[in-house]
Design a protein around this ligand. Sequence first.
Ligand code: SF4
Length: 396
Amino acid sequence: MSTAPLSMRRHIVFFGRTNSGKSSLFNAVLGQQAAIVSEKRGTTTDPVVKAMELIPFGPVALADTAGTGDFSDIGSLRMKKSYDMLDRADVAVYCADPDDFSEEEYKKAAGLFDKRKIRHLLVFTKADITDGKTRRELCRAYPEALFVSSSDQAAVDDLKAVLNGILSGMEEEKPILSGLLSGGAHVVMCIPIDSAAPKGRLILPQVQLIRECLDLGMTCSCATPDQLGLLIKNCEKVDLVVTDSQAFGQVAGIVPEDIKLTSFSMLLAAQKGDIKAMIDGAKRIDFLRDNSRVLIAEACTHNKTHEDIGTVKIPALIRKRTGKNPGFDFCAGHDFPDDLSRYHLVIHCGGCMITKREMNSRIMRCVEQGVPITNYGVALAQLSGAGDRCFEVFDA
Ligand code: SF4
């Protein structure tokens, strides 16, 4: 099976009322009993996410959700998690039990999918026990819907074929270097090996960029900040220097002005989201005041060191640059707040562990609530004074 991380997989989310047959269908498509199935309403509590190879499309992630329609205290919390899962959904499979179908609920969900530009399909489950009259009526009302019994392999295969068709028609994620360089270019990567670097390995964006250079017929070299000057001097040509954001201050002084400079984080921001919004957001740092509030959001959890970029370095650099003392809140993982109204700025990590869809959902949430958003790399470029030079790379 492909080892593609979840952040690089299209997500298919099974959504619908509790006890609508979502988990059985999820297991049938997955080909294993990953989600617990029972006749009891609300058996699925937290979303279950599993990687699979959907042949012929390729690596995907399937997500089963707790379901809607349970308005008890605990049910409402589970429903929120189900709705949160839509932040990651490229395709939503709306599962409905033909004998417990609410047209109103389905239309509400379909409206939400449309608003969030999530491709969706309606699947009536439990087709093996649905009476003929109900089926005929639903067929007439929803001619595009599928009728699937999770115990009928042919029907499950039909559903997989439809999913394959939808996914194959989607635009492919553009390469990280898209529009910036072409084959034959030489990229130099500046990678600090300090206490924050994981032992014995590179991090995902660094590995991704090396692989992409090879895929696109480019050459690449790597150096620590201390060796960077020597490396550039020894290279016949350098088309782009990509640095770890935290080394911007040092690196900007080493890289000659005629060589383009950016960071891993900025490239990821351009690939995964809206780089223009991120650059505009970084420029808002200079407007922060003592009574401003900033949310620092990370898409995964990890150990914090005394030099932690999100909780220590960025707040310190903001205080130093602005001479002000704004308040900071922090969140990590999938717990990005719904209500951002108290914030004057959101500063997000590079988001290498989440999908483009989820990153864009977060950006959209900020945009809809009028809250500027930037990311670590773009903010650090601005804070180091190298902002204008690094932003130029994305002008085209
Ligand atoms: S905090 Fe963000 S950028 Fe860092 S590893 Fe996690 S997802 Fe990637």
